[in-house]
Design a protein around this ligand. Structure first.
Ligand code: FE2
Length: 380
C-alpha cells in the first residue's frame, strides 16, 4: 500500500537550512564501472528485477566501452565496461573493483548547476556539454565528489530518445518480472579517517545541502567496531547522502574494511525503496540475493522497542527484515551482503511508514551481524 510518505515526490517536509542555488529534481542514474557489464546486467535483471532499457556499444558506434541501462520504476542503473586495455575505466576497475563511478542528478539547467558548484569550489569533472541525436538533445556537466566518485548533472529538456544520445533501446527476450523497487531512497558514501566533516562541508557549501542527522561512535558502536555518520539532504529532500567515516574501536570497523578493499572513499550502499518489503524481499531471496541476518532473538524484543506495526512479525522475522521507529513513524529495512567479491558495495531495501530516519535502533544488531561476516573474511 502506497502512502504519501513513501514517495519522495510527496515529501512534505522542506529541509529548512538547505539553500536553493542548486535545484535537484531527483537522482537521474547511477553508473557502475564493472569488469563485465553484460554479465552484471544479467545479474541485476535476474536477481533484482531490473528491466532492459537502453544499450550503447560497438553496434551503436561507441568504440571504447559498452553500457547497459537497466530500469525499475524510477531507478536507473548504468553498467559500463571498457572494450580495450588502459584508460580511466580500466584504472577505476583495477583499483576499486566494480563500483559506483557516477551519481547523476536530474536538473533543469546543467550549465547553471556546474557554474554554481564549481564557483563554490567543486572540481570540474566535465564541462557543460550538449549531446544530441534525432530524438533531441541533453546537456550534461559534472563535478568530483569523495574518492573517485563524480556527480553528473543531467538536463533532459524535451529529449525523447532512450536514455541519452548514443544509446538505442535495448530489446531482449529475457525479461524477468520487477520486484517492486520504486526509487532510490538514499545513497551512502564511506570516506576515510577524519574526512566526514570535509565532505559534509562540501555538500553544504558547494551543493547547498543541509545536515539532517548525525550519529557518533556512541550511537554506532559494538564491543568491537565503531563509525560516525552525518546525513546530508538537498532542500526538497529527494537527495539524501549519509556520509560515514570509521571510528576507533577494538577491532577494524566495517568502514575501514570498505576503504581498504575499495582503496579509497566510495559509495557504500544504495537504498532502494519499496511499498511492500515483505513481497519484495521474498522475491529477491527466491532469486538468490543474499541478506545479512540478525539473530532470532532480535524479534523477541523488537516490538517492545518499536511498538505496534501493521505487519505480522512472522514474515518479517522469517525474512530477517529489521524495524525501527522515530517521532514520525516507523520503517522496515534489510541489507544485502556485498554484491561483489570485494567486501565493498551492498544494497538496502527500505519501506518507510512515516519514519524519515535511517534505522539507528538497528545499528547494533546489524553491526554485530556484519562483524560475524568480517570474522569469516578474516578482516575484523
Ligand atoms: Fe541506509
Amino acid at each position: 500500500m502506497s502512502t504519501s510518505t513513501t514517495s519522495p515526490l510527496n515529501l512534505k517536509k522542506i529541509i529548512p537550512d538547505a539553500q536553493d542555488f542548486l535545484p535537484l529534481n531527483g537522482t537521474d542514474y547511477v553508473e557502475l564501472y564493472v569488469g563485465n557489464a553484460k554479465q552484471a546486467a544479467h545479474f541485476y535483471k535476474t536477481a533484482f528485477g531490473f528491466q532492459s532499457e537502453a544499450y550503447a556499444g560497438l553496434e551503436t558506434g561507441m568504440k571504447d566501452r559498452a553500457s547497459y541501462v537497466l530500469k525499475q520504476d524510477k531507478i536507473r542503473l548504468v553498467l559500463t565496461s571498457p572494450l580495450a586495455p588502459g584508460g580511466p575505466i580500466n584504472e577505476h576497475i583495477a583499483k576499486h573493483g566494480d563500483g559506483v563511478k557516477v551519481v547523476a542528478l536530474w536538473v533543469d539547467d546543467a550549465t547553471k548547476a556546474w557554474e554554481e558548484t564549481t564557483s563554490r569550489g567543486a572540481r570540474s569533472f566535465m564541462k557543460p556539454a550538449r549531446e544530441e541525436d534525432e530524438h533531441g538533445h541533453v546537456v550534461r556537466s559534472g563535478i568530483h565528489t569523495y574518492g573517485e566518485t563524480v556527480h553528473i548533472f543531467v538536463e533532459r529538456g524535451a529529449y525523447e530518445g532512450s536514455f541519452l544520445p548514443g544509446y538505442k533501446p535495448w530489446k531482449n527476450d529475457y525479461n524477468p518480472e520487477p520486484v517492486g523497487l520504486k526509487f532510490i531512497d538514499h545513497m551512502v558514501g564511506n570516506v576515510g579517517w577524519n574526512e566526514m566533516n570535509t565532505w559534509v562541508d562540501f555538500y553544504a557549501r558547494v551543493m547547498g545541502f543541509a545536515q539532517l542527522i548525525s550519529f557518533d561512535d556512541k550511537d554506532i558502536s559494538t564491543d568491537y567496531t565503531a563509525l560516525m555518520s552525518k546525513v546530508m539532504s538537498n532542500g526538497n529532500g529527494r537527495i539524501k547522502f549519509p556520509i560515514n567515516e570509521p571510528a576507533e574501536g577494538k577491532k577494524k570497523s566495517q568502514i575501514e574494511e570498505y576503504i581498504d578493499f575499495y582503496h579509497g572513499a566510495g559509495v557504500q550502499h544504495v537504498a532502494l525503496s519499496t511499498d511492500n518489503i515483505i513481497d519484495t524481499v521474498t522475491q529477491l531471496r527466491d532469486r538468490g540475493v543474499e541478506f545479512l541476518r540478525v539473530p532470532a532473538t532480535y524479534y523477541e524484543t523488537v516490538l517492545d522497542r518499536v511498538g505496534e506495526i501493521d505487519e505480522d512479525l512472522k514474515p518479517l522475522s522469517d525474512l530477517g527484515i529489521l524495524i525501527d521507529r522515530d517521532d514520525e513513524g516507523y520503517l522496515l529495512q534489510i541489507f544485502t551482503k556485498p554484491v561483489l567479491d570485494r567486501p565493498t558495495m551492498f544494497f538496502e531495501i527500505i519501506q518507510r511508514k512515516g519514519a524519515q530516519s535511517f534505522g539507528k535502533g538497528n545499528f547494533k544488531a546489524l553491526f554485530e551481524a556484519i562483524e560475524r561476516e568480517q570474522e569469516s573474511r578474516g578482516t575484523l
